[in-house]
Each structure stands twice: as C-alpha cells, then as structure tokens.
Ligand binder design. Sequence first.
Ligand code: ATP
Ligand code: MG
Length: 333
Amino acid sequence: MSAPVIFSGIQPTGRKHLGNYIGAIRQYVEAQERGEPAIFCIVDLHAISVAYDPAELRERLYDTTAILLAAGLDPQRCVLFRQSDVREHAELTWLLSAVTAHGDLNRMHQFKDKSAKQRELVSAALFFYPVLMAADVLAYKAEEVPVGDDQRQHVELMREIARRFNERFGETLVEPEHRIPTVGARIMDLQEPERKMSTTGATEAGTIYVLDEPGAIRKKLGSAVTDSGREVRRGGDKPGVTNLIDVLAVTRGVDPPAIEAEFAGAGYGDFKAAVAEGVVELLAPVRERYAELRPDEAALEAVLAAGAEKARAIAAPTLAEARDHMGIGAPRK
Ligand code: ATP
Ligand code: MG
C-alpha cells in the first residue's frame, strides 16, 4: 500500500491539555513518518463557533502553533497551517452542505453538549461545525484522520458526506478512516472522571495543561479523584483510577495491564506519585522547547504561511473538481 494522506485539525482555543497531547498531538508526531503528506491544521474557523475574544484568538493561535512545533512537528516533514489562510475550506463547506442531512447534524453529540453550555448564543456555526470539519479533511482527499475518541461521530459523518457527494455528482472525494489510539483516546477530567478533559468544558483543577509547571502537575495529580476501594485496577466502577492507569501506561509506553501488575498491592498515594512523575517527564521537554519558540511570532507566521501555500496547492484542485462536477462556475477546459 502506498503512504496515506493524513489530515487532522486542532482548535486554537484555550490552553491545550494532556488529553489533546495524548489523544491527538502524540499521534501527529508519529504520523509525520507515514503520511504522504501529513497535514495539520490549526482550525481558527472552528474556534469562532463558541464565545471568544478576537485578540485572544490570535494569541492562542500562536500558542498552539508553538506547542505543535515543540511537541515535534517539523515543517519540513509535514504541512502545518492556519485553516483560515486556505479559503478553500470555507467554500467547500458550502458545497458539501448540499449533500449533508440536517437530521445528521441534529444527532451530533458535540453539538448537544456544547450548545447546552452556551450562555448567550447557540450559534449556527456550532451546529454547522461538522460540515466545516468534513471540508477540512475532504479538501485534501485524506485517507486517515488521527483524532481522539470524541471525534468518532464527526469522522463517520464526513464519510457519509463524501459517499453522498460521490453518488450524486460522480467519484470525487475520498472516504477517510479515523485513527483513534488504543490507549489514551479519551483522557478524563481528574476531578470529574465521568467527563473528558476538555479545552472549554472541564474543571480547572482536573485539567493538566501541556504547559503546566511540574509543581502544578504534581498538585493536580495528587488531588485527582480516586475511587472507593484501594486497588489499582481498571473497571467501570473505577473511572478515576482507570484514567490514571491509562495515563501512566501512555507515558511509559506499556499496556494498562502492565501498570496494574506493577502496582498490585500498592496504595493510591504511591501510584499517583508515579503518574505525576510520568506526566512531568512527558511534558517537560515540550514546555521547555515552547518557551524558546513562542516569543518569535514572525517565525511562527513564516511557518504558517509556508504551510498554507503547500496546503492550498492540494486543496485548490479538489475544489475545482468539486465545483466542476456540481455544475458550479464556468465549465473547466
Ligand atoms: P473543546 O472541548 O473546546 O472541543 P478539545 O479539548 O476537544 O476542545 P480540540 O482542539 O477540539 O480540543 O481537539 C483536538 C484533538 O484532541 C481532537 O483530535 C480531539 O479528539 C482530541 N481530544 C480532545 N480531548 C481529548 C481527551 N480528553 N482525550 C483524548 N483526546 C482528546
Ligand atoms: Mg474538541
């Protein structure tokens, strides 16, 4: 099999956290070795679907760019760009809306969750988010989409949209496959382990940020909610401990059962201390490198501009093809 086109997007909202790092960013770094090309997009157009501050959005965009570079994305080996720089995403969104079922959008869990949290306005953008996400991926004819578990439904929908488009207008788009990690696909909030760690909807004390200092990481993990009982084992009745086992397994590069075996008979205190050290070691190099990269905004802009040029060169022909097959614009020569 030839090397796959790989695409994924990440929002420049808030501060990126351990869930993003484990579920997504870690996979991106690995995808660079396999993708031909591997394309990563900082999705500022998605970020405007909830309440936000324009000046802060720009700051967060640089933060996110620097985090991705610090984590190991190499602009020589991947395409890293800002979504809004490639106008094709917005245009393709509208074209795809013609083959997107309103009823399907109505079923999206993320819309239900996030709309319930909006205090002032539930924007149409929040409802339409999955169509823009479909355009992001389909514009590149990507075959593989590395994401966390929460994006499963959105990837299923983009497959459906591609299928409908091809049926209606002739073979044009590629149905992508999601790539969800086997361990760490859904890192939970440390204080409320029934819900996922999240940029916008989690507790502050239950969220470990990629840029947290070691002291903060140790403190948050030390006060992580555990469950009744004393055993370090996974189970539906032990969401807190199960989450911590997954986190430690990822940081050590082993399977969760190996962690259960190692900590059989140990108390929660020793176990949590080990998780904290694992996370500190995982994130410290990223934080240090970030501190070097973040101040040079001109350099970050240069990376994004070069990435956008490469991205446009791939997306523009797909758009031309989609327009042509749909009968939009002058006929192609
Ligand atoms: P929001 O809650 O505002 O949607 P987010 O934390 O989900 O923010 P995104 O930028 O939307 O952040 O997601 C980037 C990537 O991180 C996606 O691939 C998503 O699936 C993944 N991801 C998000 N939260 C987690 C989590 N708790 N565990 C594992 N992966 C996650
Ligand atoms: Mg999200």
